[in-house]
Design a protein around this ligand. Structure first.
Ligand SMILES: [Zn+2]
Length: 213
């Protein structure tokens, strides 16, 4: 099964990706991870991306597509893959379509995990990180405690900048503007499966599995 995973920050995309990958026995390919790996391995494209990023610029789509192509060509992708983090713009979608056509892949599905924006803001704003071990907790998990359940540090909880309301709203706006055209693009091709991401992890996963089969 070949899947593109799509969803706003805070909808639990990463968690679902890991579960799907384990259940379907196909690799979870996060474009952030493979970019870091290519840089670390100093592949030709990795070197190029490294150079561009160290100037403070964004890695251009052509370079990213090359890195994705290398990853999707590996044998562990022969039965399928979950691509996470790409495409995020309409230009990336068009380039990815071209790549997949070149690779004779025509059976992709795009999983769109959506959620009410107010709920996303609430959910992220109700998280606290431990500044010692980095673990993230829901407020409800640490309600009556001032020590970290993971590392036992005292008074170590804080609200990460990424989880602050104004930062979340900005990221959601950017996401909405860039991704709506991507969604329409794949809807026109009849390839979108949409699912509400705000249930429990298990419920969302169960529904997702039933939509896929
Ligand atoms: Zn801790």
């Amino acid at each position: 099964m070949r899947l593109l995973l799509f969803g706003a920050p805070g909808v639990g995309k990463g968690t679902q990706a890991k579960l799907l990958s384990a259940k379907l026995n196909i690799p979870h390919i996060s474009t952030g991870d493979i970019l870091r790996q290519a840089v670390k391995d100093q592949t030709d494209l990795g070197k190029k991306a490294d150079e561009i990023m160290s100037r403070g610029d964004l890695v251009p789509d052509e370079v990213m597509i090359g890195i994705i192509k290398e990853r999707l060509s590996k044998t562990d992708c022969s039965n399928g893959f979950i691509l996470d983090g790409f495409p995020r713009t309409i230009n990336q979608a068009v380039q990815l379509d071209k790549l997949l056509a070149d690779m004779l892949i025509d059976d992709i599905k795009l999983i769109n995990i959506f959620a009410d924006e107010e709920e996303i803001v609430k959910r992220l704003n109700n998280r606290r990180a431990c500044k010692v071990c980095g673990h993230i907790f829901a407020l409800a998990e640490i309600e009556n405690s001032n020590s970290c359940p993971k590392c036992n540090s005292k008074d170590s909880f804080y609200l990460r900048d990424d989880d602050k309301e104004e930062v979340i709203r900005k990221r959601l706006n950017v996401f909405r503007q860039n991704t709506e055209p991507v969604l329409k693009h794949y809807e026109k091709q009849g390839k979108v499966i949409s699912i509400n991401g705000l249930g429990t992890v298990e419920d969302v996963n169960r529904e997702l599995m039933s939509l896929l089969f």
